[in-house]
Design a protein around this ligand. Structure first.
Ligand SMILES: [Zn+2]
Length: 536
Protein backbone atom coordinates (compact mmCIF):
# COMPACT_ATOMS: atom_id res chain seq x y z
CA UNK A 1 0.00 0.00 0.00
CA UNK A 2 1.23 3.43 -0.86
CA UNK A 3 -0.26 6.81 -0.01
CA UNK A 4 0.40 10.03 -1.95
CA UNK A 5 -0.23 13.22 0.00
CA UNK A 6 -0.68 16.43 -1.97
CA UNK A 7 -2.07 19.61 -0.38
CA UNK A 8 -3.33 17.51 2.52
CA UNK A 9 -5.33 15.14 0.32
CA UNK A 10 -4.50 11.44 0.23
CA UNK A 11 -4.53 9.10 -2.75
CA UNK A 12 -4.10 5.40 -1.95
CA UNK A 13 -2.41 3.11 -4.46
CA UNK A 14 -3.07 -0.63 -3.95
CA UNK A 15 -3.77 -2.45 -0.68
CA UNK A 16 -2.39 -5.97 -0.73
CA UNK A 17 -1.40 -8.72 1.62
CA UNK A 18 1.71 -10.81 2.10
CA UNK A 19 1.96 -14.46 3.02
CA UNK A 20 3.18 -15.07 6.59
CA UNK A 21 6.71 -16.14 7.45
CA UNK A 22 7.45 -19.74 8.39
CA UNK A 23 7.65 -18.85 12.08
CA UNK A 24 4.09 -17.51 12.21
CA UNK A 25 1.99 -20.62 12.80
CA UNK A 26 -1.68 -20.23 12.04
CA UNK A 27 -1.39 -16.77 10.52
CA UNK A 28 -3.22 -16.44 7.20
CA UNK A 29 -1.93 -13.11 5.88
CA UNK A 30 0.02 -10.03 6.76
CA UNK A 31 -1.71 -6.78 5.89
CA UNK A 32 -0.49 -3.20 6.11
CA UNK A 33 -1.01 -1.32 9.36
CA UNK A 34 -3.62 1.29 8.50
CA UNK A 35 -3.93 2.78 12.01
CA UNK A 36 -2.35 6.08 11.04
CA UNK A 37 -4.33 6.33 7.83
CA UNK A 38 -7.56 5.69 9.74
CA UNK A 39 -6.89 8.69 11.96
CA UNK A 40 -6.71 10.83 8.82
CA UNK A 41 -9.36 9.03 6.82
CA UNK A 42 -11.35 12.21 6.13
CA UNK A 43 -8.44 13.31 3.94
CA UNK A 44 -8.61 10.28 1.62
CA UNK A 45 -9.92 11.27 -1.81
CA UNK A 46 -9.89 7.76 -3.28
CA UNK A 47 -7.81 4.77 -4.25
CA UNK A 48 -6.46 3.25 -7.45
CA UNK A 49 -5.70 -0.44 -7.83
CA UNK A 50 -3.21 -1.37 -10.52
CA UNK A 51 -4.14 -5.04 -11.06
CA UNK A 52 -5.90 -8.05 -9.59
CA UNK A 53 -3.03 -9.80 -7.80
CA UNK A 54 -3.59 -10.38 -4.10
CA UNK A 55 -0.44 -8.54 -3.13
CA UNK A 56 -2.20 -5.47 -4.57
CA UNK A 57 -5.86 -6.01 -3.59
CA UNK A 58 -5.81 -8.65 -0.83
CA UNK A 59 -6.11 -6.31 2.17
CA UNK A 60 -9.32 -4.65 0.96
CA UNK A 61 -11.77 -6.74 3.03
CA UNK A 62 -9.72 -6.12 6.17
CA UNK A 63 -9.21 -2.38 5.99
CA UNK A 64 -11.61 -0.70 3.58
CA UNK A 65 -14.52 -0.30 5.93
CA UNK A 66 -12.40 1.13 8.73
CA UNK A 67 -10.91 3.68 6.33
CA UNK A 68 -14.42 4.97 5.65
CA UNK A 69 -15.01 2.99 2.44
CA UNK A 70 -13.23 5.41 0.05
CA UNK A 71 -13.94 5.45 -3.69
CA UNK A 72 -12.02 2.81 -5.66
CA UNK A 73 -10.80 2.74 -9.25
CA UNK A 74 -9.62 -0.47 -10.91
CA UNK A 75 -9.73 -2.55 -14.10
CA UNK A 76 -12.58 -4.90 -14.92
CA UNK A 77 -10.71 -8.07 -14.00
CA UNK A 78 -9.43 -6.71 -10.69
CA UNK A 79 -12.99 -5.64 -9.91
CA UNK A 80 -14.27 -9.15 -10.66
CA UNK A 81 -11.70 -10.70 -8.32
CA UNK A 82 -12.30 -8.15 -5.57
CA UNK A 83 -16.09 -8.61 -5.68
CA UNK A 84 -15.84 -12.40 -5.75
CA UNK A 85 -13.71 -12.36 -2.60
CA UNK A 86 -15.98 -9.80 -0.99
CA UNK A 87 -18.75 -12.43 -1.04
CA UNK A 88 -16.98 -14.06 1.90
CA UNK A 89 -17.29 -10.76 3.78
CA UNK A 90 -20.94 -10.11 3.01
CA UNK A 91 -21.47 -8.30 6.33
CA UNK A 92 -19.42 -5.38 5.03
CA UNK A 93 -20.87 -2.34 3.27
CA UNK A 94 -20.84 -2.33 -0.52
CA UNK A 95 -17.65 -1.18 -2.18
CA UNK A 96 -17.80 1.87 -4.39
CA UNK A 97 -15.85 0.75 -7.47
CA UNK A 98 -15.42 2.61 -10.75
CA UNK A 99 -14.03 0.55 -13.63
CA UNK A 100 -11.06 1.89 -15.54
CA UNK A 101 -9.47 0.83 -18.80
CA UNK A 102 -6.51 1.85 -20.95
CA UNK A 103 -6.38 5.67 -21.27
CA UNK A 104 -9.04 6.23 -18.59
CA UNK A 105 -8.69 9.68 -17.06
CA UNK A 106 -10.14 10.74 -13.73
CA UNK A 107 -9.60 13.34 -11.07
CA UNK A 108 -9.46 12.78 -7.33
CA UNK A 109 -8.82 15.96 -5.34
CA UNK A 110 -5.56 17.47 -6.59
CA UNK A 111 -4.62 14.26 -8.44
CA UNK A 112 -5.29 13.96 -12.16
CA UNK A 113 -4.84 10.32 -13.05
CA UNK A 114 -4.41 8.58 -16.38
CA UNK A 115 -4.20 4.78 -16.65
CA UNK A 116 -1.93 3.13 -19.21
CA UNK A 117 -1.79 -0.54 -20.12
CA UNK A 118 1.22 -2.51 -18.85
CA UNK A 119 2.17 -6.14 -19.55
CA UNK A 120 2.38 -8.52 -16.61
CA UNK A 121 1.27 -12.13 -16.06
CA UNK A 122 -2.33 -11.19 -15.47
CA UNK A 123 -4.36 -9.15 -17.97
CA UNK A 124 -5.89 -5.76 -17.24
CA UNK A 125 -2.87 -4.27 -15.51
CA UNK A 126 -2.38 -0.50 -15.42
CA UNK A 127 0.46 1.87 -14.85
CA UNK A 128 -0.53 5.34 -13.67
CA UNK A 129 0.41 8.81 -14.78
CA UNK A 130 -0.51 11.05 -11.86
CA UNK A 131 -0.44 14.80 -12.43
CA UNK A 132 -0.32 17.00 -9.35
CA UNK A 133 0.24 20.74 -8.84
CA UNK A 134 3.71 19.83 -7.59
CA UNK A 135 4.76 17.69 -10.51
CA UNK A 136 4.02 14.53 -12.46
CA UNK A 137 4.42 11.03 -11.09
CA UNK A 138 4.54 7.73 -12.96
CA UNK A 139 3.71 4.50 -11.13
CA UNK A 140 4.63 1.52 -13.32
CA UNK A 141 2.54 -1.13 -11.46
CA UNK A 142 4.07 -4.61 -11.72
CA UNK A 143 5.27 -4.82 -15.29
CA UNK A 144 7.43 -6.41 -17.93
CA UNK A 145 8.00 -5.47 -21.53
CA UNK A 146 6.64 -8.09 -23.89
CA UNK A 147 6.76 -7.63 -27.63
CA UNK A 148 4.91 -10.89 -28.25
CA UNK A 149 2.64 -11.67 -25.30
CA UNK A 150 -0.09 -14.29 -25.19
CA UNK A 151 -3.63 -13.21 -24.44
CA UNK A 152 -2.61 -9.56 -24.32
CA UNK A 153 -1.44 -6.72 -26.54
CA UNK A 154 2.29 -6.05 -26.92
CA UNK A 155 3.86 -3.25 -24.92
CA UNK A 156 2.89 0.12 -26.38
CA UNK A 157 6.27 1.84 -26.47
CA UNK A 158 4.93 4.79 -28.45
CA UNK A 159 2.52 5.55 -25.67
CA UNK A 160 5.17 5.13 -22.96
CA UNK A 161 7.45 7.53 -24.81
CA UNK A 162 4.64 10.05 -25.02
CA UNK A 163 4.19 9.85 -21.26
CA UNK A 164 7.97 10.24 -20.87
CA UNK A 165 7.63 13.65 -22.54
CA UNK A 166 5.39 14.87 -19.73
CA UNK A 167 8.30 15.98 -17.56
CA UNK A 168 8.23 13.27 -14.95
CA UNK A 169 9.26 14.36 -11.48
CA UNK A 170 9.11 10.95 -9.83
CA UNK A 171 9.14 7.43 -11.25
CA UNK A 172 7.84 4.75 -8.90
CA UNK A 173 8.90 1.47 -10.47
CA UNK A 174 8.57 -2.30 -9.89
CA UNK A 175 11.79 -3.88 -8.54
CA UNK A 176 10.80 -7.54 -8.26
CA UNK A 177 12.91 -8.62 -11.25
CA UNK A 178 15.82 -6.20 -10.66
CA UNK A 179 18.28 -8.91 -9.65
CA UNK A 180 17.90 -10.79 -12.93
CA UNK A 181 20.25 -9.86 -15.75
CA UNK A 182 19.09 -9.20 -19.28
CA UNK A 183 15.43 -9.28 -20.26
CA UNK A 184 12.53 -11.38 -19.12
CA UNK A 185 11.32 -14.05 -21.51
CA UNK A 186 8.39 -13.41 -23.74
CA UNK A 187 5.27 -15.43 -23.06
CA UNK A 188 5.52 -16.54 -26.69
CA UNK A 189 8.75 -18.46 -25.94
CA UNK A 190 7.07 -20.14 -23.01
CA UNK A 191 4.17 -21.14 -25.20
CA UNK A 192 6.47 -22.82 -27.70
CA UNK A 193 8.27 -24.76 -24.97
CA UNK A 194 5.04 -25.84 -23.38
CA UNK A 195 3.82 -26.99 -26.77
CA UNK A 196 6.78 -29.39 -27.04
CA UNK A 197 5.63 -31.09 -23.87
CA UNK A 198 2.06 -31.36 -25.15
CA UNK A 199 3.31 -32.87 -28.42
CA UNK A 200 5.31 -35.57 -26.69
CA UNK A 201 3.09 -36.43 -23.73
CA UNK A 202 1.60 -39.91 -23.94
CA UNK A 203 -0.36 -39.85 -20.69
CA UNK A 204 -2.06 -37.26 -18.57
CA UNK A 205 -0.63 -33.77 -18.21
CA UNK A 206 -0.73 -32.09 -14.83
CA UNK A 207 0.11 -28.41 -15.07
CA UNK A 208 0.69 -26.39 -11.98
CA UNK A 209 1.04 -22.65 -11.60
CA UNK A 210 -0.13 -19.79 -9.41
CA UNK A 211 -3.88 -19.32 -9.38
CA UNK A 212 -3.26 -15.65 -10.13
CA UNK A 213 -1.06 -16.37 -13.16
CA UNK A 214 -3.97 -16.18 -15.56
CA UNK A 215 -1.87 -15.84 -18.69
CA UNK A 216 -0.17 -19.16 -18.00
CA UNK A 217 -3.48 -20.85 -17.26
CA UNK A 218 -4.77 -19.51 -20.56
CA UNK A 219 -1.78 -21.05 -22.37
CA UNK A 220 -2.38 -24.46 -20.81
CA UNK A 221 -6.06 -24.28 -21.78
CA UNK A 222 -5.27 -23.22 -25.33
CA UNK A 223 -2.72 -26.02 -25.80
CA UNK A 224 -5.12 -28.57 -24.36
CA UNK A 225 -7.76 -27.56 -26.88
CA UNK A 226 -5.22 -27.77 -29.70
CA UNK A 227 -4.05 -31.26 -28.71
CA UNK A 228 -7.49 -32.73 -28.04
CA UNK A 229 -7.37 -32.67 -24.26
CA UNK A 230 -10.12 -31.72 -21.83
CA UNK A 231 -9.23 -29.47 -18.94
CA UNK A 232 -9.97 -30.09 -15.29
CA UNK A 233 -9.28 -27.26 -12.83
CA UNK A 234 -8.51 -27.95 -9.19
CA UNK A 235 -8.01 -25.58 -6.28
CA UNK A 236 -10.66 -23.08 -5.18
CA UNK A 237 -8.68 -19.95 -6.08
CA UNK A 238 -7.80 -21.43 -9.50
CA UNK A 239 -11.44 -22.24 -10.24
CA UNK A 240 -12.65 -18.84 -9.04
CA UNK A 241 -10.09 -16.88 -11.01
CA UNK A 242 -10.72 -18.78 -14.22
CA UNK A 243 -14.46 -18.42 -13.80
CA UNK A 244 -14.17 -14.64 -13.38
CA UNK A 245 -11.70 -14.28 -16.24
CA UNK A 246 -13.90 -16.40 -18.49
CA UNK A 247 -17.02 -14.40 -17.74
CA UNK A 248 -15.11 -11.21 -18.51
CA UNK A 249 -13.63 -12.82 -21.64
CA UNK A 250 -10.02 -12.61 -20.51
CA UNK A 251 -9.74 -16.38 -20.83
CA UNK A 252 -11.07 -18.22 -23.82
CA UNK A 253 -12.27 -21.78 -23.38
CA UNK A 254 -14.81 -23.37 -25.74
CA UNK A 255 -17.94 -24.91 -24.35
CA UNK A 256 -17.34 -28.48 -23.20
CA UNK A 257 -13.59 -28.06 -22.83
CA UNK A 258 -13.69 -27.67 -19.07
CA UNK A 259 -14.66 -30.82 -17.18
CA UNK A 260 -15.20 -31.80 -13.58
CA UNK A 261 -12.75 -33.72 -11.40
CA UNK A 262 -15.08 -36.75 -11.49
CA UNK A 263 -14.49 -36.99 -15.24
CA UNK A 264 -10.81 -37.76 -14.64
CA UNK A 265 -11.80 -41.40 -14.22
CA UNK A 266 -13.90 -41.53 -17.38
CA UNK A 267 -11.73 -39.75 -19.95
CA UNK A 268 -8.92 -41.50 -21.88
CA UNK A 269 -5.58 -40.55 -20.37
CA UNK A 270 -4.30 -38.84 -23.48
CA UNK A 271 -7.24 -36.50 -23.34
CA UNK A 272 -6.62 -35.11 -19.87
CA UNK A 273 -5.00 -31.91 -18.66
CA UNK A 274 -5.33 -31.19 -14.99
CA UNK A 275 -4.47 -27.62 -14.02
CA UNK A 276 -3.99 -27.10 -10.32
CA UNK A 277 -2.39 -24.98 -7.64
CA UNK A 278 0.30 -26.10 -5.25
CA UNK A 279 3.51 -25.64 -7.28
CA UNK A 280 5.13 -24.11 -4.18
CA UNK A 281 4.64 -27.36 -2.27
CA UNK A 282 1.79 -25.96 -0.19
CA UNK A 283 0.39 -28.37 2.35
CA UNK A 284 -3.12 -29.48 1.44
CA UNK A 285 -2.99 -28.23 -2.17
CA UNK A 286 -3.97 -30.62 -4.96
CA UNK A 287 -0.42 -31.13 -6.18
CA UNK A 288 0.70 -32.28 -2.73
CA UNK A 289 -2.28 -34.64 -2.54
CA UNK A 290 -1.34 -36.12 -5.92
CA UNK A 291 2.28 -36.53 -4.80
CA UNK A 292 1.19 -38.38 -1.67
CA UNK A 293 -1.38 -40.52 -3.47
CA UNK A 294 -4.20 -38.85 -1.53
CA UNK A 295 -6.01 -37.31 -4.49
CA UNK A 296 -9.25 -39.17 -5.01
CA UNK A 297 -9.64 -38.82 -8.75
CA UNK A 298 -6.18 -39.56 -10.05
CA UNK A 299 -3.30 -41.84 -9.11
CA UNK A 300 -0.02 -41.11 -10.83
CA UNK A 301 1.70 -43.66 -13.03
CA UNK A 302 4.50 -43.85 -15.58
CA UNK A 303 3.62 -41.85 -18.68
CA UNK A 304 2.08 -38.94 -16.78
CA UNK A 305 3.77 -35.55 -17.14
CA UNK A 306 3.98 -32.89 -14.48
CA UNK A 307 4.71 -29.28 -15.40
CA UNK A 308 5.84 -26.83 -12.75
CA UNK A 309 5.24 -23.59 -14.55
CA UNK A 310 6.24 -21.10 -11.90
CA UNK A 311 9.44 -20.16 -10.16
CA UNK A 312 10.02 -21.29 -6.60
CA UNK A 313 9.46 -18.59 -4.00
CA UNK A 314 12.47 -18.43 -1.66
CA UNK A 315 11.75 -20.52 1.42
CA UNK A 316 9.73 -23.15 -0.47
CA UNK A 317 12.65 -25.00 -2.06
CA UNK A 318 12.47 -27.99 0.25
CA UNK A 319 8.78 -28.65 -0.15
CA UNK A 320 9.12 -28.34 -3.92
CA UNK A 321 12.03 -30.78 -3.92
CA UNK A 322 9.89 -33.22 -1.93
CA UNK A 323 7.15 -32.94 -4.56
CA UNK A 324 9.56 -33.59 -7.40
CA UNK A 325 11.05 -36.65 -5.71
CA UNK A 326 7.60 -38.08 -5.08
CA UNK A 327 6.66 -37.65 -8.74
CA UNK A 328 9.84 -39.32 -9.95
CA UNK A 329 9.24 -42.21 -7.51
CA UNK A 330 5.93 -42.86 -9.26
CA UNK A 331 7.61 -42.85 -12.67
CA UNK A 332 6.12 -39.59 -13.91
CA UNK A 333 7.99 -37.14 -16.13
CA UNK A 334 8.72 -33.84 -14.45
CA UNK A 335 9.31 -30.54 -16.22
CA UNK A 336 10.34 -27.49 -14.29
CA UNK A 337 11.57 -24.07 -15.25
CA UNK A 338 15.21 -24.90 -14.65
CA UNK A 339 15.13 -27.64 -17.29
CA UNK A 340 13.12 -25.78 -19.86
CA UNK A 341 11.92 -22.21 -20.13
CA UNK A 342 8.37 -22.85 -19.09
CA UNK A 343 8.08 -20.01 -16.70
CA UNK A 344 8.43 -16.35 -17.56
CA UNK A 345 8.57 -13.85 -14.81
CA UNK A 346 5.84 -11.26 -14.86
CA UNK A 347 8.41 -8.67 -13.82
CA UNK A 348 10.89 -6.61 -15.79
CA UNK A 349 14.54 -7.68 -15.61
CA UNK A 350 17.54 -5.37 -15.38
CA UNK A 351 17.59 -4.19 -18.99
CA UNK A 352 13.86 -3.56 -19.10
CA UNK A 353 14.05 -1.50 -15.90
CA UNK A 354 16.88 0.48 -17.42
CA UNK A 355 14.80 1.06 -20.53
CA UNK A 356 11.82 2.22 -18.46
CA UNK A 357 13.95 4.80 -16.67
CA UNK A 358 15.37 6.01 -19.96
CA UNK A 359 11.88 6.36 -21.42
CA UNK A 360 10.46 8.25 -18.44
CA UNK A 361 13.56 10.36 -17.76
CA UNK A 362 12.44 11.15 -14.21
CA UNK A 363 14.19 13.56 -11.92
CA UNK A 364 13.70 11.18 -8.98
CA UNK A 365 13.34 7.41 -8.82
CA UNK A 366 11.68 5.39 -6.08
CA UNK A 367 12.15 1.63 -6.46
CA UNK A 368 9.16 -0.28 -5.02
CA UNK A 369 7.85 -3.89 -4.73
CA UNK A 370 10.17 -6.78 -3.87
CA UNK A 371 12.75 -7.47 -1.19
CA UNK A 372 15.10 -4.77 0.07
CA UNK A 373 18.03 -6.22 -1.89
CA UNK A 374 16.00 -5.79 -5.08
CA UNK A 375 15.31 -2.14 -4.29
CA UNK A 376 19.03 -1.56 -3.83
CA UNK A 377 19.81 -3.33 -7.11
CA UNK A 378 17.20 -1.15 -8.80
CA UNK A 379 19.02 1.88 -7.44
CA UNK A 380 22.21 0.70 -9.18
CA UNK A 381 20.24 0.35 -12.40
CA UNK A 382 18.98 3.90 -11.94
CA UNK A 383 22.54 5.13 -11.63
CA UNK A 384 23.44 3.27 -14.82
CA UNK A 385 20.62 5.16 -16.49
CA UNK A 386 22.34 8.38 -15.48
CA UNK A 387 20.39 9.40 -12.36
CA UNK A 388 22.34 10.89 -9.50
CA UNK A 389 22.53 8.50 -6.53
CA UNK A 390 21.04 11.14 -4.22
CA UNK A 391 18.00 11.34 -6.51
CA UNK A 392 17.14 7.66 -6.05
CA UNK A 393 15.26 6.93 -2.86
CA UNK A 394 15.34 3.41 -1.46
CA UNK A 395 12.76 3.36 1.31
CA UNK A 396 11.49 1.13 4.09
CA UNK A 397 7.83 0.67 4.99
CA UNK A 398 6.63 3.62 7.03
CA UNK A 399 9.16 6.11 5.72
CA UNK A 400 7.96 9.37 4.24
CA UNK A 401 9.40 10.91 1.08
CA UNK A 402 9.01 14.67 0.98
CA UNK A 403 9.28 15.82 -2.59
CA UNK A 404 8.90 18.94 -4.68
CA UNK A 405 10.31 20.29 -7.91
CA UNK A 406 13.71 20.98 -6.46
CA UNK A 407 14.46 18.20 -4.03
CA UNK A 408 13.36 14.90 -2.47
CA UNK A 409 14.21 14.02 1.09
CA UNK A 410 13.30 11.08 3.28
CA UNK A 411 11.84 12.64 6.41
CA UNK A 412 12.99 11.82 9.92
CA UNK A 413 9.43 11.12 11.08
CA UNK A 414 7.95 7.74 10.24
CA UNK A 415 4.35 6.64 10.22
CA UNK A 416 3.53 3.39 12.04
CA UNK A 417 3.62 0.76 9.32
CA UNK A 418 4.31 -2.61 10.92
CA UNK A 419 2.49 -5.59 9.52
CA UNK A 420 -0.80 -6.63 11.01
CA UNK A 421 -1.46 -10.35 11.30
CA UNK A 422 -4.74 -11.80 10.11
CA UNK A 423 -5.97 -15.12 11.48
CA UNK A 424 -9.42 -16.18 10.35
CA UNK A 425 -11.71 -13.24 11.02
CA UNK A 426 -9.37 -11.75 13.61
CA UNK A 427 -7.40 -8.74 12.45
CA UNK A 428 -4.49 -7.76 14.61
CA UNK A 429 -5.74 -9.74 17.61
CA UNK A 430 -2.83 -12.12 17.26
CA UNK A 431 0.05 -10.07 18.58
CA UNK A 432 3.59 -10.83 19.67
CA UNK A 433 2.52 -12.73 22.80
CA UNK A 434 0.06 -15.07 21.10
CA UNK A 435 2.58 -15.65 18.35
CA UNK A 436 5.33 -16.46 20.84
CA UNK A 437 3.06 -19.00 22.55
CA UNK A 438 2.33 -20.62 19.22
CA UNK A 439 6.02 -20.78 18.37
CA UNK A 440 6.79 -22.38 21.73
CA UNK A 441 3.94 -24.89 21.34
CA UNK A 442 5.12 -25.75 17.84
CA UNK A 443 8.70 -26.23 18.98
CA UNK A 444 8.43 -28.13 22.28
CA UNK A 445 4.77 -28.84 22.89
CA UNK A 446 2.87 -28.42 26.10
CA UNK A 447 2.92 -29.98 29.54
CA UNK A 448 -0.11 -29.71 31.81
CA UNK A 449 0.07 -30.54 35.52
CA UNK A 450 -3.17 -31.07 37.39
CA UNK A 451 -2.84 -31.23 41.17
CA UNK A 452 -5.68 -31.63 43.66
CA UNK A 453 -4.77 -29.78 46.86
CA UNK A 454 -6.43 -29.91 50.26
CA UNK A 455 -6.70 -26.21 51.01
CA UNK A 456 -6.96 -26.63 54.75
CA UNK A 457 -3.66 -28.40 55.13
CA UNK A 458 -1.89 -27.45 51.88
CA UNK A 459 -1.26 -31.11 50.97
CA UNK A 460 -1.52 -32.69 47.53
CA UNK A 461 -4.18 -35.39 47.40
CA UNK A 462 -3.26 -38.49 45.44
CA UNK A 463 -0.85 -38.35 42.54
CA UNK A 464 -0.81 -35.24 40.26
CA UNK A 465 -2.06 -35.83 36.72
CA UNK A 466 0.19 -35.00 33.81
CA UNK A 467 -1.07 -34.41 30.28
CA UNK A 468 1.26 -33.49 27.46
CA UNK A 469 1.05 -32.85 23.71
CA UNK A 470 3.99 -32.66 21.35
CA UNK A 471 6.49 -33.02 24.19
CA UNK A 472 7.43 -36.66 24.84
CA UNK A 473 5.52 -39.89 24.52
CA UNK A 474 4.43 -40.25 28.13
CA UNK A 475 4.17 -44.03 28.19
CA UNK A 476 7.81 -44.43 27.29
CA UNK A 477 8.99 -41.86 29.80
CA UNK A 478 7.56 -43.23 32.98
CA UNK A 479 10.63 -42.43 35.02
CA UNK A 480 10.65 -38.78 34.03
CA UNK A 481 6.97 -38.57 34.90
CA UNK A 482 7.48 -40.21 38.25
CA UNK A 483 10.20 -37.78 39.13
CA UNK A 484 8.15 -34.81 37.92
CA UNK A 485 5.21 -35.88 40.09
CA UNK A 486 7.42 -36.06 43.16
CA UNK A 487 8.68 -32.58 42.45
CA UNK A 488 5.20 -31.21 41.94
CA UNK A 489 4.16 -32.54 45.34
CA UNK A 490 7.19 -31.08 47.07
CA UNK A 491 6.87 -27.66 45.35
CA UNK A 492 3.17 -27.40 46.21
CA UNK A 493 3.66 -28.41 49.82
CA UNK A 494 6.54 -26.02 50.29
CA UNK A 495 4.75 -23.05 48.78
CA UNK A 496 1.39 -23.60 50.46
CA UNK A 497 3.00 -23.74 53.89
CA UNK A 498 0.54 -25.15 56.36
CA UNK A 499 -2.54 -24.19 54.40
CA UNK A 500 -4.98 -21.47 55.35
CA UNK A 501 -4.44 -18.18 53.47
CA UNK A 502 -2.51 -19.51 50.51
CA UNK A 503 -1.37 -17.35 47.57
CA UNK A 504 -2.39 -19.75 44.82
CA UNK A 505 -1.00 -17.52 42.11
CA UNK A 506 2.41 -17.83 43.71
CA UNK A 507 2.07 -21.62 43.95
CA UNK A 508 1.31 -21.86 40.25
CA UNK A 509 4.13 -19.50 39.33
CA UNK A 510 6.60 -21.62 41.29
CA UNK A 511 5.32 -24.81 39.71
CA UNK A 512 5.68 -23.33 36.26
CA UNK A 513 9.21 -22.06 36.83
CA UNK A 514 10.64 -25.00 38.70
CA UNK A 515 9.10 -27.71 36.52
CA UNK A 516 10.25 -25.85 33.37
CA UNK A 517 13.79 -25.75 34.73
CA UNK A 518 13.64 -29.38 35.75
CA UNK A 519 12.43 -30.55 32.33
CA UNK A 520 15.06 -28.48 30.60
CA UNK A 521 17.75 -29.92 32.87
CA UNK A 522 16.54 -33.45 32.14
CA UNK A 523 15.97 -33.39 28.38
CA UNK A 524 16.89 -29.91 27.14
CA UNK A 525 13.38 -28.99 25.98
CA UNK A 526 11.16 -26.09 26.94
CA UNK A 527 7.52 -27.11 26.64
CA UNK A 528 4.84 -24.69 27.71
CA UNK A 529 4.15 -25.71 31.32
CA UNK A 530 0.59 -25.11 32.51
CA UNK A 531 -0.19 -25.83 36.14
CA UNK A 532 -3.81 -26.38 37.15
CA UNK A 533 -4.62 -26.50 40.86
CA UNK A 534 -7.92 -27.78 42.11
CA UNK A 535 -8.61 -26.78 45.70
CA UNK A 536 -10.76 -29.10 47.75
ZN1 LIG B 1 1.43 -8.56 -9.86
Amino acid sequence: MMVLDCLGKFLIIDAGFRMPEEDMPGIDYLIPNTGWLKEHSQRIVGAVFTHGHYDHIGAIPYCWNRLGNPKMFMGKLAKGIVLKRQQQFSFQPRLNITEIEDSSKFKLGPFEIEAFRQNHNIPDNYGLLIKTPLGNIVHTSDFKFDRAPINDLPTDFKRLKKIGKEKILLLISDSTGAENEGRSLSERTIFKNLEKIFKEASGRIIGSTFASHLNRTQQLIELSAKYGRKVILEGLSMKNNVEIARTLKYIKAEKGLLKKAQDLRKLPEKQITLICTGAQGEEGATLMKIANGDYRFLKLKPGDSIIFSSSVIPGNERSVQYLKDQFYRKGAKVYHYKMLDIHASGHAYEEELLEMIKIMKPKFLMPVHGQFSMLVKHKEIGQKAGLKPENIKVMENGQVLNINNARAIIEKREVPAGQVMVDGLGIGDVGEIVLRDRQQLAKDGMFVIVAVVDKQHGKVKGSPDIISRGFVYLRENKELLQETRKRVISIVEKTTGRGGAVNWQYVKEELRNQISQFLFYKIKRRPMVMPVIIEV
